[in-house]
Design a protein around this ligand. Sequence first.
Ligand SMILES: [Zn+2]
Length: 328
Amino acid sequence: MTWLVQPSLVNEPFSDPGLFIDFRFGRRALLFDLGDLTPLPPRQLLRVSHALVSHTHMDHFAGFDRLLRICLHRTTPLHLIGPAEFADRVEHKLRAYSLNLLDEQSFDFMIRVTEFDGDGFIRICEFRAREALRRRDMPLIRLIPGTLLDEEDFRIVGVVLDHGIPCLAFAFEEKLRVNVWSEGLKRLKLPVGPWLNEAKRAVRRGEPDDGHIAISGELSLPLGLLKQHALRTARGQKIAYVVDASYHQQNIDRIVALARGADQLFIETAFLDVDAQIAAEKRHLTARQAGDLAKRAGVVRLVPFHFSARYRDQEDKLRSEAEEAFRA
Ligand SMILES: [Zn+2]
């Protein structure tokens, strides 16, 4: 089975947090958080269709400028999703620049900003290069509650955590993984081709087994036969991303529900538990707390990151404390 996406941290764990989610097929990527993006070359940033920002503390948002700089001359839109008041923050960023060179002749680049309150969207607005990135408020759309993005292959769900200010946490959920079994294809003497994508789509949509899939020319076969011999399905992959949160009951419940059963949980591990008091004051998690959350959520793999710089020489301690709580 091949993964739909490949997630990787943008920076080493003492630097700004951020997760680059690269699609294995097709030129597309997603970003969770916009801290320092220096390690990502332009060709990778140009693939970003959606950037989801947990909150606008600098270490999570300062990379917006670089992303804008790279994307300003492309024609595909850049979607930004963040917590309440996020659109104002984006607008302030844009207003900081002299944009007199943008006019109707510019590339038709557009930024679409959506604010999410844990249930649904509370504001949507657009900034078009041809309108000198002036703000234009758009009508709200409604998805299933708690959903940020819903596409054919995957959805992204989110919760609001308390970090003194609202801080979003995200989970990428592949809907149903459908892979081609090449041995089966050979046995049925079927060619590889675009029809396979159609067949996969039909499986994901739950279409009936007696429905026919057009393969080539006159040839079409029932979906049920293809499912039996040429396609393999499995639960899709789930990747959860949790940063900056106080360790209290409401946050705990929300994090555990969001990360439930994730293949990978990327979670902030800011402090050692011996400094739990400082962590509480700064509304961050300790390594032990992060490990405990991962255990409660039953995740497969815990990836600790977003380490406080004070532990530069104690990285092993942060990792082992989180791992011990996870394995306990
Ligand atoms: Zn942070």
